[in-house]
Write a protein that binds this ligand. Structure first.
Ligand SMILES: C[S@@+](CC[C@H](N)C(=O)[O-])C[C@H]1O[C@@H](n2cnc3c(N)ncnc32)[C@H](O)[C@@H]1O
Length: 226
C-alpha cells in the first residue's frame, strides 16, 4: 500500500492515495507557502481549550496545515493526529515535531477527508477554519469525525465568521462558502448523547501578516459527548 503517513508514533493508518481535487487545489498552495508560516496556535483555541476541562489525551486536528495548533497541543502533552490533504503540509508538520522534540506526540498523516480518515477515537476532535474552495460534503466529514469523539470528549469547530482584509482570495474574488454556527450545528445532526456547550459568533482582535489589525469574527461550536 502506498503510504503518505509521517507516522512518528508508530501504528500507521491507511491514507488517501490517488487523484484528489482537494489535493490538486491545496498542494501547490502549500508548496508555494513559506514553511515557517502557520506555526503558532490559533488565538481562539488558546482561549477555548482551558474552558473544556479536558486533561491532555488523544486529539485529532482535521485540516492541520503547517501544524500550529497540533504542535501547541502536543507541547501541552496531547497525543495529536494531524491530518491534511496536502502532502507538503503534513511533511512540514512531521519535520517541525521532530525539531521540537515532539516526535512521540504527533502522527502526521495525509488524508483527503472526503475519502479517508485516521483510525482510532479521540478526547478532542478539532476542526479550525476547515474551509475550502473545492466542493466537498463538509457536513458529512464533520459528522463522521464526530463519531470518533470518546465519551466525555469534545468536538470543537472554529469557523471564520467574517473574512479578514488579508485573507487569501481566489483570482475571481470568491470566498469559500461559510455556514453560520447554527447551520453547522444542524449539519452535525447530533441529538441524544451529546450536549451543545457553545454555538456562537465571537469577535477578536487579529493581526495580519504585514502587521495590519482588524476585528474578525469566529463561529465557535463545541459539543460534548456524554
Ligand atoms: C483554511 S485552511 C485552515 C488550516 C488550519 N486549520 C488553520 O487553522 O490555519 C484549510 C485546511 O484544510 C485542508 N483541507 C482542505 N480540504 C481538505 C480535505 N478534503 N481533506 C483534508 N484536508 C483538507 C487544507 O489543505 C488546509 O490546510
Amino acid at each position: 500500500m502506498r503510504s503518505d503517513a509521517h507516522d512518528l508514533a508508530g501504528g500507521g493508518n491507511p491514507v488517501t492515495a490517488g487523484p484528489s481535487a482537494s489535493a490538486d487545489f491545496w498542494e501547490p498552495r502549500f508548496q508555494a507557502a513559506d514553511p515557517s508560516w502557520g506555526r503558532e496556535p490559533s488565538a481562539r483555541l488558546v482561549e477555548l481549550l482551558p474552558r473544556l476541562g479536558l486533561a491532555p489525551g488523544r486529539a485529532w486536528d482535521l485540516g492541520c496545515a503547517h501544524g500550529g495548533d497540533a504542535l501547541w497541543l502536543a507541547s501541552l502533552g496531547w497525543h495529536v493526529t494531524a491530518t491534511d490533504v496536502s502532502a507538503t503540509a503534513v511533511s512540514r508538520v512531521a519535520a517541525a515535531a521532530a525539531e521540537r522534540g515532539l516526535r512521540h506526540r504527533i502522527t502526521a498523516e495525509r488524508h483527503d477527508l472526503s475519502r479517508s480518515m485516521p483510525g482510532g477515537t479521540f478526547h478532542l476532535v478539532y476542526a479550525c477554519y476547515f474551509h475550502t474552495w473545492v466542493p466537498v460534503d463538509r457536513d458529512r466529514i464533520l459528522r463522521d469525525a464526530a463519531e470518533r469523539v470518546r465519551p466525555g470528549g469534545c468536538l470543537v469547530i472554529i469557523d471564520h465568521g467574517s473574512v479578514s482584509p488579508w485573507a487569501w482570495r481566489q483570482p475571481d474574488g470568491r470566498d469559500p462558502e461559510i455556514p453560520s454556527p447554527e447551520q453547522t450545528l444542524a449539519g452535525l445532526g447530533r441529538g441524544r448523547g451529546w450536549r451543545t456547550e457553545t454555538c456562537e459568533r465571537a469577535d477578536r482582535a487579529a493581526a495580519g501578516p504585514d502587521g495590519q489589525t482588524a476585528t474578525v469574527t469566529d463561529n465557535v461550536i463545541v459539543l460534548r459527548r456524554d
